[in-house]
Design a protein around this ligand. Structure first.
Ligand code: SF4
Length: 490
């Protein structure tokens, strides 16, 4: 007989949330390992002793976590989703009919709490991972990704306008009827006004809603306002050991010394010494290599194309002891002066030159010398460091590490952007962006940790073993089949 469900709501039910959330549920397991009670003490200074009660700091942090775990980038969606999910209600410690905080409370509290609260939580989760033996910490892979800022490039205004902002505010106070829009010069006005487009750059323009966001260009990405997320990943476990927000236009090699400092600090708290750093060419610079040496870390960072070009001074060998180059005919190019780079005045290069009189009788002088009759060779002041790196990158180990780096940190960044709410920053300012990135990294590490713990459970171990046995068996079948075919052919 066909059944038919009749919907009839009951006025009173006998219901207990904990009975309906299974023991292997992600949020139930998360609530068992994550202790956020430290927040009551660490955030006490943000509140006064009187007035309306704030959101519970633990509930706030759990709601933030839910947002990144569920890939929800809007505070409204976090509240709406949490209300509808029994497991999240259980994780938050709420009952079915309990009133939820208003969504704007989340953004206000996020602004109220300093970065240190989020960093403390990140370190606590990192400690959990270390305690479970997940982090080796000895080899770290570093990479960066651009993350869209919560600001529009078309709404940027000229910096001069922002510098005179106080004058304009005073004018506004004097004449409240004045149109605010008329005080700003947007990059692109309405076509009807006939205003010409002003080319935007970080030097001349700034976003009034998020002054820390920077115009950034990268192949394959549209020119827009971005922050740069620097991520360090442990190659043994693929867990994130450091994450931080930098301006979108900050070069990777400029940020490396600060990144190294933070990675070493995070690992030293667990008595782990970082031995090797793997990064791409973007992180190569003299400062970066000096910073690696200061921390006693071996870097695997390919040199830039300009070094490769300088190195290939055909027919010349460099004598480090006498600090000079020598050609195949035995003529020396000696050190003459320092040259400042046009792009970065702080960086200098060494210039070496041959003596015109030494090359008078050389048959190849027309192709070897310049119009002044000398051969000019230049190299960076950090040439010994670059040479050392070149030697290291020529080894077989470096080739293996190149593959390891791309298979470790790049998938992690992809997961952060696509599945852990880091596709776009939903806050303004670099400090807020840093908090968002840290929360995304916490969510990622917690997912990994719980996956690892689930893998240790007897049922999961059996199923894994079974699947491996199945794979071996299927390969054996294929092998037998192939052998039978070959025998029949022969
Ligand atoms: S031209 Fe001068 S520097 Fe060049 S190969 Fe001949 S001797 Fe050496």
């Amino acid at each position: 007989m066909q059944g038919k469900k009749i919907q009839q709501e009951r006025l009173f039910i006998n219901f207990q949330l904990s009975e309906y959330v299974p023991a292997d549920n992600f949020y139930r397991q998360l609530s068992q390992i994550l202790d956020l009670r430290f927040l009551y003490k660490s955030t006490a200074d943000y509140y006064g002793s009187e007035g309306q009660k704030s959101i519970d700091p633990v509930v706030f942090m759990k709601l933030m976590l839910v947002g990144y775990l569920e890939n929800l980038t809007s505070d409204r969606r976090i509240i709406r989703t949490s209300r509808m999910r029994m497991d999240i209600l259980f994780f938050l410690g709420y009952d079915l009919d309990e009133e939820f905080p208003w969504h704007s409370t989340l953004s206000r509290t996020r602004k109220l709490y300093g970065e240190d609260q989020f960093i403390t939580l990140f370190k606590q989760v990192l400690k959990l991972c270390v305690d479970h033996g997940l982090i080796s910490g000895k080899r770290q892979a570093i990479d960066s990704a651009l993350v869209r800022a919560n600001a529009s490039i078309s709404k940027m205004v000229e910096k001069q306008v922002m510098a005179d902002a106080n004058v304009y505010v005073q004018e506004l106070a004097d004449n409240v009827d004045k149109d605010v829009a008329a005080l700003e010069k947007p990059i692109c006005n309405d076509k009807t006004t006939g205003t010409k487009r002003v080319p935007a750059s970080n030097e001349s323009h700034v976003s009034p809603s998020d002054p820390d966001a920077r115009i950034t260009m990268k192949p394959g990405k549209p020119m827009n306002l971005y922050y740069r997320s620097q991520v360090s990943v442990d190659t043994a476990s693929h867990l994130i050991t450091y994450i931080g927000a930098f301006p979108g236009n900050a070069a990777d090699n400029v940020s490396l010394p600060k990144i190294l400092e933070k990675i070493v600090e995070n690992m030293q708290e667990h008595n782990i010494q970082v031995n090797e750093i793997l990064a791409d060419t973007g992180y190569s610079s003299g400062d970066a290599m000096r910073s690696l040496a200061e921390h006693n870390i071996e870097g695997y960072i390919p040199n830039t194309a300009s070094y490769k070009k300088d190195r290939q001074e055909e027919g010349f060998t460099y004598d480090i002891g006498n600090d000079r180059y020598t050609c195949k005919k035995g003529v020396h190019a000696t050190f003459r002066c320092y040259e400042k780079l046009a792009k970065n005045r702080k960086l200098q290069r060494k210039i070496y030159r041959t003596n015109p009189a030494d090359c008078m009788n050389c048959p190849i002088k027309s192709t070897c010398l310049n119009y002044m009759g000398t051969r000019r060779i230049k190299h960076s002041l950090d040439k010994p460091l670059y040479d050392q790196m070149y030697q290291r990158m020529s080894s077989d180990r470096a080739k293996t590490y190149k593959k390891l780096r791309s298979s470790t940190v790049e998938p992690v960044i992809g997961s952060l952007i696509n599945y852990t709410g880091m596709g776009r920053i939903n806050a303004k300012g670099i400090e807020q962006a840093n908090k968002c990135m840290i929360m995304a990294a916490i969510a990622y590490n917690l997912k990994k940790l719980l996956k690892y713990k689930a893998g240790l459970s007897p049922s999961a171990t059996d199923s894994t073993k079974k699947s491996i046995d199945e794979i071996i068996y299927s390969h054996l079948c294929y092998f037998r089949l192939a052998r039978a075919v070959l025998l029949s052919i022969s």
